[in-house]
Design a binder for this molecule. Structure first.
Ligand code: ADP
Ligand code: MG
Length: 340
């Protein structure tokens, strides 16, 4: 066999670099929804509307009433590794915003038609930027931002083939918004599909939001979790073992307001249910962990759903103890010594 002919090393074009990054960040419409809602929350939005067509494949429009993007910075917002959220390694270690990598908009713009219309408080009117041409145009809008994403994966048909039915993609988009809504009860959320309002969560307190998003049954069949261990706190609700389900479809864990999928934390919860839950039944829970930002690294993966803790044992124990304490009244106590 002839050895492969040597090819020279070249730097990839920007567009291709963004498309490669998009492969990690954008799996389906719900990934776009997640990134854009992250951005709206980082901008201090109090109301966020998500409008979808064909499960988000044809169109995703997200409107917020956040602080907006200055016209002069709109081209930068679309650039790779351009962010207003960090400026140094120190900032990265302290980061409390959802975003910080400056990748999402560039990645989305490389695999879909993207435009942003935004207005800041001190601007006379809004400006709209076309992601493809970079052209700026005056537009009408109140203070805040509208991001429009159309024809997801139009340039990467192989990727588009992995998408499921509109109904399934819509369900994933709804789940993405639900995850945000649980963590941010003070923010109002609306989801529209093809002109129809499919979900609306009005601003309220944490208890109300929990009932609105997860239903009365979970609120009734769960116990409050509240544990403070020095600088670490775990709060939320843990479902009663007798209401455990066949599927793990009501398990939410957040670290500093960010929804995560973390095996260590899931294991800690599972350990708390060990004695009271049998077989493969799945407990329901919503847990919010607050921890000093320097004790957790969220920069593990571009989607930031994985985290790494500086002291994982302490974290595991805290979760376990928090949930155990919540379940304590319903735990089976050892039977008193039976008198003969
Ligand atoms: P990141 O969120 O990691 O900074 P993004 O690519 O998601 O990267 O966004 C780039 C920048 O665009 C953000 O840092 C922010 O300054 C600005 N931006 C994006 N979306 C919004 C929004 N909805 N409101 C205000 N600013 C926004
Ligand atoms: Mg972002």
């Amino acid at each position: 066999l002839a050895p492969p002919s040597r090819r020279p090393i070249r730097e990839l074009p920007d567009e291709l670099i963004s498309q490669i990054a998009a492969g990690e960040v954008v799996e389906r419409p719900a990934s776009v929804v997640r990134e854009l809602v992250d951005n709206a929350l980082d901008a201090g939005a109090t109301r966020i509307a998500v409008r979808l067509i064909a499960g988000g494949v044809r169109s995703i429009v997200i409107e917020d009433d956040g602080q907006g993007i200055a016209a002069a910075e709109l081209p930068l917002a679309l650039r790779r590794h351009a962010t207003s959220k960090i400026g140094s390694l120190h900032d990265l270690e302290q980061v409390m915003t959802m975003g910080f990598r400056g990748e999402a908009l560039a990645a989305i713009g490389s695999i879909a038609e993207l435009s942003i219309t935004s207005r800041t408080m001190d601007a006379a009117h809004a400006q709209r930027i076309d992601g493809r041409t970079g052209e700026l145009q005056p537009a009408a809008r109140a203070v805040g931002t509208t991001v429009e994403v159309r024809e997801l994966f139009f340039s990467t048909p192989a990727r588009r083939k992995f998408l499921k039915s509109d109904a399934t993609e819509l369900a994933h988009c709804l789940e993405a918004v639900r995850r945000h809504a649980l963590a941010r009860p003070e923010v109002g959320f609306e989801v529209w599909h093809e002109g129809r309002l499919v979900e609306q969560w009005r601003p309220g307190d944490a208890q109300q939001r929990l009932r609105d998003v997860l239903g009365e049954a979970f609120a009734r069949d769960s116990r409050e979790v509240a544990l403070q261990l020095g600088p670490l706190s775990v709060r939320g609700r843990a479902g009663l073992p007798e209401t455990a389900r066949a599927r793990a479809d009501l398990q939410y864990v957040y670290v500093n307001g960010r929804h995560v999928r973390d095996r260590l934390l899931a294991h800690g919860v599972r350990a708390a249910y060990e004695d009271v839950l049998h077989g493969s039944r799945q407990p329901s829970y919503v847990l919010f962990m607050e921890i000093a930002p320097e004790r957790v690294d969220v920069n593990v993966h571009p989607t930031k759903t994985e985290v790494r803790f500086r002291d994982s044992r302490e974290v595991h124990q805290a979760v376990r103890r928090a949930v155990e304490a919540a379940l304590a009244p319903s735990r089976t106590r050892p039977a008193p010594d039976a008198p003969d």
